[in-house]
Structures are given as C-alpha cells and as structure tokens.
Design a protein around this ligand. Structure first.
Ligand SMILES: Cc1cc2nc3c(=O)[nH]c(=O)nc-3n(C[C@H](O)[C@H](O)[C@H](O)COP(=O)(O)OP(=O)(O)OC[C@H]3O[C@@H](n4cnc5c(N)ncnc54)[C@H](O)[C@@H]3O)c2cc1C
Length: 509
C-alpha cells in the first residue's frame, strides 16, 4: 500500500522553478498529487455586460500553461491532475479519498481566491491534515517589509523609498530534482476533459485565438524563451527605459506580464536574471527601471492585501463616489474601437484582437473611458479582466483605481490628452495605421484629428468621417471640464463625510 500522499495545490503559480510549495513538498520524498482545479463558473458571463469573465485569449493561455506544467512535472517524475470543479469541493473529496496527509500551496492575497482558500482551510481543520501555505507572488515577503501589511504606504513613492534601501529579495529556489508521483489506477481525472473544456472556451468566445495576431504562448518554457530573447539574444533590456512607452511590436517592453500573471515565472526569478544581466552585460538606468516596474507590481499587490475588496468598489480605496453615466452605447463604442479618437480606437482594436496592449495604451484608454466618456470605471476594468492575457487582480483593479482617481494617485484630477499622447508616442502614426487601416492614407499630423479633415481632404485620403471612420463621440475639452467638476464635487462630499463621521464619533464618546 502507498503512503498517504501530499497534495500540492497549483493556482496562479503554473511553474516548477522557484515554486516553494512544490520544492518543499518534494524534499519530503513522499508521493505527490499535483492538482489544479478549473471552475467552469469562472467562464460565465460577467455581471457587467454580455461578455465572459474569462474570454478566449485567457482560456488559451491557461490551456498552454497547464500543458507545459504537465510536461515539466513529467520530466521530474510527477504528474499533473486537472479537475473541472470548485477547489473548495474537490480538495475535501481528495483528502477523504486519498487520505492526504498534508497540503502545500501559495496563499492568495484577497478577494474571491482568498475566499476559496478560507473555505478549503476551514474544511481541512476537521481532518488531521497539515497545512503548509506560502507567500510567493511578489518580490518582497511580507515578513521582510519594514512595515506591517496593514500599514503599507498608500503612495507608491513612499512605498518604494521605504522598502528599497534595505529590504531583502530572496534568491529564487531551483526546480525540485525529482518528484515521487502518486499512482492510482482508477478515477484519475482524464486530461482530455480539461483540454477540450479550455479549447472549447478559447474557440467559442467572442474573440478568437485563431487570430494571427495572438502572440503569447503560455507556460514556463515559453516564459523562459521570452527572457532569453529579450534579455540575452537581442539585449533589448539595455534600452528598456527609452523604449518602454512604445505601442507597436514585440520589443519595446519585456512583455513578461502574462507569465507573471499565471505564475509561469516568479518575479524573484526575473530579478535574479536582471542581476545576472547587470553583471554580464551592463548595469544602467534601463536595468534598474525593469526592477522599478516590478516594484509597481509589488505595490499594487500589497495595496490589495491592505485594502481588500475596496479595490472592487466604485468608490475604490479612497471610498470616493465620483458621478458616472452608465451609457451602454458609449461603452460599446469604446469596446469596438469606434470612438473617433484614433489612439483609443487603435488600442481597443488591438486589445480585442490580441488580448494585450502596452502600458501607455492602457493608461490612455482607461483615462478616456473615465474622464471623457464618464462611464463607470468598473466597466472598463471588467472588460480588461475578460480579455487581458496578463489579467492580474491587484494590478488591474489597482491601476484602474489609480486612473479613475479613487486609488493611489496623490495628484488630484488628472487625465490623458489622447490626441497629444498619440502625437508624442506614435509620431509616425505607425500604430494608428496598423490598427485602423481606414486611416492609412491620412498624413501626419492630420491623422491625429481625422474629424477636422475638410470634405476635399476626406476624398483625397479616402475616408468618410461618420461613415468609414466615426466622428468623435464626445467633445474632448467639454467632457474633461465636466469630469473635473464631478471630481471636485466628489472630493467635497468625501471631505464632508469624513468631517461628519468625526463629529459622530465625537458625539458618541
Ligand atoms: C488600466 C490598467 C490596467 C492594467 N492591468 C494590468 C493587469 O491586469 N495585469 C498586469 O500585469 N498589468 C496590468 N497593468 C500594468 C501594465 O500596463 C502591464 O503590467 C504592462 O503593460 C505589461 O507589459 P510588460 O510585461 O511588457 O511590462 P514591462 O514594462 O516590461 O514591465 C515589467 C513588469 O512590471 C510590472 N508592471 C509594469 N507596469 C506596471 C503597472 N503599472 N502596474 C503593475 N505592474 C506593472 C508587470 O508585471 C510587467 O510585466 C495595467 C495598467 C493599467 C493602466
């Protein structure tokens, strides 16, 4: 008879390198069941609109990442089991069925994933099961931070200046040298079940991975290949600080975010590669800047740990209700890239066709949705959640909070002037022309404001405003002015609420 196995519960950590739960479980040389659960409900329609919570790109990326993990584990002697169902139901069944003696996993920071984990732990407390949970999605460990999680500074600069000088970043763990697989003859999940479930989702959802533009291949192997290209072959990392605001192509930024989001790579592993690059090739502002961006990722991670579900509420972490208008026509125009503002439209079409857009594009389309269209920011965040191959709960909702003015931006009312941004970051209009072929014949600088073309020019450049390309759906300056007024009203109301709650407290005491 086999000894009672260990369960390693995989979630957003689909890797074997620098994987603490797998590493420490393997050290015990006891049979391991490596389990991943897919909850079909996660693929249902979003509460915001008629689109799935997880769309095709994400389903395909997950499928590839699981297949890669399966292959990786096999080379170590192990096996990946994938179940369709809720982890909080499946894990207790496994504990009973296989007499699991201990469970190893990475902790979630908050939200829905944390709730699942709490349900699992609650159940396991009834059984003699050892629970080994680890913190591992960030560069820094909470126990090494110079403050308690609940005291995480709310301003990025304060966070960075506090953690950077003396906080240790632990070196990554290696792969386990071998895994003892747990073997059973019967009732093992069929691998074909999850594969056909995910490929079905990938194909049937509104945006297809069959698009020739879908570029990201999921899994640790592809992640390592990307590091190899970006760091070592092309050495593009050398120029990251200069190129990182680019819009078009593969090499303006690391494009490691999808791998970080599903944990195909750990940030500590990337950090170790940056250090190696600095030793072997060059240490400059660019190498520092990639680390700086990883700090942003950590920042939003710790902010989520601190503020919890507030990041999903309209009032955000500031609990500040800014007026918005639930105009579904505007939302549809934004989604389809038909707002009449070329930079916004190009970016939204790229997102719909690839599941990815650059940071510069994200900032612009998010600002436009909130500050010009005056739509609820949660609508935009949900659309991103559905499509982005690199969707990450804390980075997505943290950045949307920030841009919507209800998060960590300390600088009052701000917006992106999408036309000026296009002139600055797409000076030859290559990005706009790539995604909006209907504007291809318009020269720079006229292309940035196609609605201002005369009818003669429209004829000359073969575009018809209002027909082949939309007229602007809102007037830029007027909508910004209105948003600013709403923002100021919200500030006054929030200050009033704080004052009133202080008075109430005073009266109570
Ligand atoms: C509205 C909005 C929503 C976003 N949603 C997500 C999301 O769901 N998932 C996600 O990973 N990033 C998100 N970002 C952050 C950022 O746009 C992406 O991380 C970045 O574009 C990914 O491309 P890259 O890997 O080439 O980044 P690089 O420029 O190469 O940066 C390296 C890494 O640093 C981290 N990083 C960089 N910028 C940020 C940032 N602003 N916030 C947090 N981490 C950052 C990422 O992990 C990234 O992979 C969002 C930004 C905005 C404005």
């Amino acid at each position: 008879m086999q000894v009672s196995p260990i369960l390693v519960w995989f979630r957003n950590d689909l890797r074997t390198l620098d994987h603490a739960p797998l590493y420490w479980a393997a050290q015990r040389k006891i049979p391991i069941i490596a389990l991943y659960c897919i909850d079909p409900q996660d693929f249902e329609t979003s509460s915001i609109g008629n689109f799935p919570r997880i769309a095709g790109f994400r389903a395909q990326f997950l499928l590839e990442s699981l297949q890669d993990l399966e292959a990786e584990l096999k080379t170590l002697g192990g096996e990946l089991w994938v179940e369709l169902g809720k982890a909080e139901k499946i894990i207790p069944q496994y504990v009973e069925k296989y007499n699991i003696q201990s469970i190893y996993f990475y902790k979630a920071i908050g939200g829905y994933e944390k709730q699942i984990e709490e349900k699992v732990i609650k159940y396991l407390q009834k059984w003699p099961v050892e629970i080994n949970s680890f913190w591992g999605h960030s560069l820094y460990m909470p126990q090494d931070l110079p403050f308690l999680l609940e005291n995480t500074p709310d301003r990025f600069t304060d966070f960075r200046q506090t953690v950077e000088p003396g906080t240790i970043i632990h070196p990554p763990l290696s792969k386990p040298s071998a895994i003892v697989a747990f073997t059973v003859e019967e009732n093992k999940p069929q691998q074909s079940t999850y594969k056909s479930f995910l490929s079905n989702k990938a194909q049937k959802l509104p945006y297809f991975v069959t698009s020739p533009l879908f570029r990201f291949q999921g899994g640790q192997t592809a992640a390592l290949a990307r590091i190899n290209t970006y760091f070592w072959e092309t050495q593009n990392l050398k120029n990251y600080k200069l190129t990182r605001n680019g819009l078009l192509g593969d090499n303006y930024s690391s494009q490691l975010s999808p791998y970080l989001a599903l944990g195909c790579l750990s940030p500590r592993w990337i950090y170790a590669q940056i250090e190696e690059f600095e030793k072997k090739i060059v240490k400059n502002e660019s190498t520092y800047w990639l680390f700086f961006e990883l700090l942003w990722r950590d920042f939003f991670y710790f902010i989520f740990a601190k503020h919890g579900n507030r990041i999903f509420q309209a009032g955000g972490i500031k609990q500040m209700e800014i007026e918005s208008i639930p105009n579904t026509q505007y939302f549809e125009a934004w989604i389809q890239g038909k707002t009449g503002y070329p930079l916004v439209d190009a970016a939204m079409r790229e997102l719909a066709n690839t599941g990815y857009i650059s940071n510069r594009a994200r900032q612009n389309v998010a600002s436009f949705l909130v500050k010009n269209l005056e739509l609820p920011w949660l609508w935009g965040a949900s659309w991103f959640e559905s499509l982005l191959v690199d969707y990450d709960v804390s980075s997505n909702y943290g950045n949307w909070n920030y841009i919507a003015g209800v998060g960590n931006d300390p600088r009052g009312f701000r917006y992106f002037n999408v036309t000026k941004q296009a002139e600055e970051y797409d000076p030859q209009a290559e990005y706009i022309k790539y995604w909006l072929p209907e504007l291809q014949r318009i020269p720079v600088p006229k292309i940035y404001l196609p609605s201002q073309l005369t009818s003669l020019e429209q004829k000359k450049y073969q575009v018809e405003i209002g027909k082949t390309y939309p007229a602007p759906i809102v007037e830029f300056e007027a909508s910004i002015k209105k948003s600013e007024i709403n923002y100021k009203k919200a500030i006054l109301a929030t200050q009033g609420q704080v004052r009133n709650s202080r008075i109430r407290k005073f009266v109570k005491h």
